[in-house]
Design a binder for this molecule. Sequence first.
Ligand code: SF4
Ligand code: SF4
Length: 477
Amino acid sequence: MAGMKPYPAAEKHMTPMGFPPARVENWQEKGVEKMGEMLKKYRSLQVFMDICVKCGSCTDKCHYYIGTGDPNNMPVQRAELMRKVYRRYFTPAGKILPGVVKAEEFDEKVLQEWVTYFHQCSQCRRCSVFCPYGIDTAEVTMAAREIMDSIGVGHKYSTEIIGKVHTLGNNLGIPAPALKSTLQFLEDDILDNTGHEVRLPLDEPGAEVMLVPPSADFFSEPHIQSLIGYAKVFHQAGISFTISSFASEAANFGMFIGSYDHKRKIAKRIADKARELKVKRIVVGECGHAWRVAYSFWNTLNGPFDFLDPRYPAPQHICEFTHDLLQRGALTLDKEANDPYVVTFHDSCNVARASRMGPNPGGQFEIPRELIKASCNRFVEMDEETIREKTFCCGGGGGLLTDELMDLRIKGVLPRVTALKQVMKKDGVNFLALICAICKAQFTKVLPMYKIPMETVGGVHQLVSNAIVLGAKKGIV
Ligand code: SF4
Ligand code: SF4
């Protein structure tokens, strides 16, 4: 996929982010300088540069390599694009005998390889599961993107989205009045469909919970069905909640571009709004990388969250929240409501390999599955080599969910499609349950290319929404 590059970020995207507006004149020198700073700052990067023994265990583990057959999409080869520059400038052998140790200058050819192949990695970490040394190529990709941004070589899709979050509070650029009318429309819709006044409040101070969903939940199908599901759960449990118009987005593309500063700023507005609204808990919706940032980094970035109720995890995943209520008897689920479906579950990579959920190890695998099984009668697993910590990326993660990379996205989904088709054929699966907004957006777009209807795709809380019995029991907090 040598010809497949993302659209470059323009001055209007780069300048507000604090990045150079265009490629700086002395970019080679600046890029190497930045790499040197990062090697000192992130010991893991230095280790990942030094310890690969080229054992080959990771070579066939990347969905983009499986889908494209391009050797540069082998994880070891992808990281080698940075290692060869590292050797040239930061190792004695590379400085003296570059040809012998395969060290290379950071020149135009290498930069174009970086632009291409560090945007053909979704930072899914699957390769690291199979590496005996735990080398995390996702971190190498993040570092490469950070170096490129520092010399004015940015990626349009991610920088544009981060700009929208800083100004309007969400990836889709939805202003507060539009959000308010959407939520009101959804409340009316739920009332018409169920006869129950289920609320979707916005900016209500003093609510128990601040819900932070991905913004796709407000507008797109099937995402919106999960939002309705969350609202029904809050309603049925009698727990007040609010959405914040300026912290209306859980996603954090700061991680995708490897920027600590942007990751922190994006996360900070959530902590600030939670304080301002005086909520006691923060619950994150169905968004894979958002949960990774929330679970793994929020405390370091903006902690401590000591203003929240210490009896609950801070933050809490919506699946963990619903699962807890279910166990405490606050919800009644009628599995028969989902009888038209034979369900399977796709573990999202950032949840599976970069976070946890609930009090027990492996909760990120078990809790969503237990919710699904409580909501439907027929659940089957895909090939065990493609689930849990070995799950394959949907092909659109890591800032690659953009149309100019569509060919890559179609090829990258191949391993997941193969496993899905097996259970569709063998077990009649017709519902792929997800807990990630990017997975939902990617699958609805690319599965039809493999003759799988987009209606096959849905959220775990879509199943909960179908099954939940409203009005049967209420009031456990
Ligand atoms: S992190 Fe994922 S996408 Fe990137 S090289 Fe590894 S397996 Fe491939
Ligand atoms: S599995 Fe690890 S050590 Fe082996 S080639 Fe891949 S990155 Fe290098």
